[in-house]
Design a protein around this ligand. Structure first.
Ligand code: HEC
Length: 170
């Protein structure tokens, strides 16, 4: 399948030939919230498609492309300890369910420790506060987080990225 499966398969036959069809695609909570655990279990790409197998069929899927990620290349940590601690709390409450516990993402959504937006507070706010990527499924959080809290989350993610880089992550 070259990806995860969360849907149930179906089977049917047409003119005596039996088929098994499954909607393949990686998602669900395992690919999101516990990012580090799904990574350790083996990173799985999301490739959304309907796959149909005929019993006795011999066709092969096209070759699989590898999981690629931007490098871990954060700016220096500049947040105060209070800012980072507060940002960590807000991150856990509002962001970690999708972008991964402790800012360590699975393969489906952006790993914020690797996001280029982290280096620029205004660009970060345009997405996290204003909702610049809302059409892609990333809503703005202006109704529930203040600009200061959103900046604290950025400082927390910068700190997390630097911590992991110091541990040897690339
Ligand atoms: C319901 C799921 C969900 C939650 C919760 C969520 N995000 Fe996102 N976020 C997304 C999706 C989906 C994208 C990818 C959008 C795209 O494809 O461009 C994204 C993208 C981003 C990006 C752009 C990353 C890049 O480099 O392209 C940033 C920054 C971001 N989110 C920050 C946050 C922060 C901070 C929070 C918590 C306040 C948060 N997100 C909460 C779903 C979520």
């Amino acid at each position: 399948m070259q990806t995860g499966i969360t849907a149930a398969p179906v089977t049917y036959s047409i003119k005596g030939e039996q088929y098994v069809a499954v909607l393949a695609g990686w998602g669900g909570i395992w690919a999101l919230a516990p990012g580090i655990l799904s990574e350790v279990a083996g990173p799985v790409r999301n490739v959304s498609r309907l796959l149909v197998y005929r019993l006795g069929g011999s066709a092969q899927l096209p070759p699989e492309s590898p999981v690629t990620r931007p490098p871990l290349d954060p700016p220096a940590t500049t947040g105060t300890p209070e800012q980072i601690a507060g940002g960590g709390r807000q991150y856990g409450r509002f962001c970690g369910g999708c972008h991964g516990d402790a800012a360590y993402a699975g393969t489906v959504l952006p790993d914020l420790r690797r996001s280029a937006l982290m280096a620029d507070g205004k660009a970060w706010a345009s997405v996290v506060h204003d909702g610049a990527l809302r059409d892609q499924g990333m809503v703005g959080f202006a109704k529930v987080l203040s600009p200061e809290q959103i900046e604290s989350i950025r400082q927390y993610v910068i700190k997390r990225a630097n911590d992991d880089k110091a541990l040897g992550d690339k």
